[in-house]
Design a protein. Structure first.
Ligand SMILES: Nc1ncnc2c1ncn2[C@@H]1O[C@H](COP(=O)(O)OP(=O)(O)OP(=O)(O)O)[C@@H](O)[C@H]1O
Ligand SMILES: [Mg+2]
Length: 263
């Protein structure tokens, strides 16, 4: 169990570069344990980059990233251990096409544990039940709809009971009904399993209703952090441009401009 009084994620003065380019800088962020936080922002603003700093894939150029009070380690072995406490649903589902649904979910358990086969099978069934897909255990990924495949990927991300779930664009490519199923599931799992969830998305309308905290990134930095209602009622021109989907405004879509701002 993790200490519920510790923030799940804390970023202090973090700067993230790709090559010699600053993608995000001056990042200060606190994600309370048990909460759902949405990270919103236009395409290319650095949402996935932010997640890669949490998984340890990208080492910050400066500043500190902590998960449950512990800095994200740089040493490969320590990083591997830390990653077991992270459930990650990547952009795209990443299901292996030559494994059944059940075997896809079993994969992290086979890789990271030495559980006896009957225990492992029982855990796989529990995870599939949690996403409402027990009946599809023996199906192949090609037989699934986009929404079902996303739920299987979700079950696999949950396999090791991680206290922190990171979702990168969980609604992309789904119709409104399938999107509703996924958001409801994320919310239900967060509550029933006592997780902390971070959802990266540009689907503002679908994501806001289920989150406790919203962070908006644009122009290389955090431009808003607060409750969904405060974002909805904002009159800030930059935030309004993003919320209302206007092509012209203070959000710079040119990478050169963003680099200069972030430096
Ligand atoms: N591995 C990489 N190497 C170099 N540059 C990268 C790499 N990954 C991302 N970038 C750059 O970093 C910036 C932010 O990319 P990122 O993928 O984090 O954006 P995003 O907000 O997740 O966008 P989207 O909504 O399209 O997924 C982009 O300009 C991108 O070109
Ligand atoms: Mg992305």
């Amino acid at each position: 169990m993790t200490d519920a009084s510790l923030p799940a994620v804390r970023l202090q003065a973090v700067r993230l570069d790709r090559g010699r380019r600053a993608i995000l800088s001056g990042l200060d962020l606190l994600v309370p344990g048990g909460s759902i936080t949405a990270v919103l922002g236009p395409s290319g603003s650095g949402k996935s980059t932010l997640l890669s700093a949490l998984t340890g894939e990208l080492v910050p150029t400066s500043g500190c990233v902590e998960l449950f009070g512990t800095p994200v380690p740089r040493n490969a072995r320590a990083l591997l251990t830390m990653r077991k406490s992270l459930g990650v649903l990547l952009q795209g589902n990443g299901l292996l096409t030559d494994l059944t649904v059940a075997e896809n979910v079993a994969l992290p358990l086979r890789t990271h544990t030495r559980l006896p086969e009957p225990v492992l099978q029982a855990l796989v069934r529990m995870k599939l039940h949690a996403v409402g897909l027990l009946a599809a255990a023996d199906a192949w990924p090609r037989e699934l709809s986009g929404g079902m495949a996303r739920r299987v990927a979700l079950a696999r991300a949950l396999a090791l009971d991680p206290p922190l779930m990171l979702y990168d664009e969980p609604l992309t490519g789904l119709d409104p009904i399938a999107s509703g199923v996924i958001t409801a599931l994320i919310q239900r799992l967060n509550r029933s399993l006592g997780l902390t969830s971070i959802i990266v998305s540009h689907h503002v309308r679908e994501t806001l209703p289920i989150c406790d905290q919203v962070v908006v990134i644009a122009n290389g930095r955090i431009v808003f952090a607060g409750v969904p209602a405060a974002l909805e009622s904002t009159s800030d021109p930059l935030l309004r441009q993003f919320l209302d989907g206007q092509p012209d405004g203070p959000i710079a879509f040119d990478a050169q401009v963003r680099t200069r701002d972030a430096a």
